[in-house]
Design a protein. Structure first.
Length: 215
């Protein structure tokens, strides 16, 4: 099993990927603790803030077994920064062939975002088996995923964008979906306010809901 396949299997087992925006690296370890204690030892730390690299480093050091990945990765420079800090996987919002090919060459698990069959063709050609579907709700949600999955047999999706406890069931009931990404249990205002207990509770609720849906 390749590193990518192993990562895909772990993400599928967890079923949820919290998408995190950290303004302050000081919050990284307490957030990782809340997620792990809530039963979700995984995070996509987005490169939307200057604190991303240091946050990945602190989370990975504090919780070496946690699946800490980097999100919103837009360049190969950011891939290097993320991996140097300990990121175990790379997620990008769009399908950037340069970023994808670089990760494949370096055997770094990569989940590029896409929406269209043309982008899916590019992913399939490169042997990818799991891709991010983003932004999910804005582009037709589960019904679009089902339509895309029909011709691309075996391709699996990790939708993010507009997913929450309210519509999780629609997504996680679909066989072509390995996991859902989202920020509903790790909202920026809760992180800023230091509400890690609340994050832990929302995380535990999300984990319980995912288990209930998947049976
Ligand atoms: C992402 O980058 O995957 C999304 O911004 C997460 O979407 P959400 O904030 O609507 O959950």
């Amino acid at each position: 099993m390749s590193a990518r396949e192993a990562m895909e299997a772990k993400i599928e087992e967890l079923g949820l990927v919290p998408v995190v925006v950290l303004e302050n690296a000081e919050d990284a370890a307490p957030l990782a603790k809340a997620l792990c204690e809530g039963g979700l030892p995984v995070a996509e730390v987005t490169f939307r803030t200057a604190a991303a690299q240091e946050s990945i480093r602190r989370m990975s050091e504090a919780y070496p077994d946690m699946l800490v990945g980097a999100g919103t990765v837009l360049s190969i420079e950011q891939v290097d920064k993320a991996v140097e800090a300990g990121a175990k996987f790379i997620v990008s919002p769009g399908f950037d062939p340069e970023v994808v090919d670089y990760c494949l060459e370096k055997e770094i698990p990569v989940f590029p975002g896409l929406i269209t069959p043309s982008e899916l063709a590019q992913a399939a050609k490169r042997g990818l088996r799991v891709v991010k579907f983003f932004p999910a709700e804005q582009f037709g949600g589960v019904s679009t995923i089902k339509a895309l999955a029909a011709p691309y047999v075996g391709m699996k999706f990790m939708p993010t964008g507009g997913i929450s406890a309210k519509n999780l069931k629609d997504y996680l009931s679909c066989k072509s979906i390995v996991a859902c990404g989202g920020s509903w249990m790790v909202k920026g205002d809760m992180i800023k306010a230091g509400e890690f207990e609340k994050i832990k509770e929302l995380t535990a609720e999300a984990v319980a809901l995912a288990k209930e849906i998947r049976g």
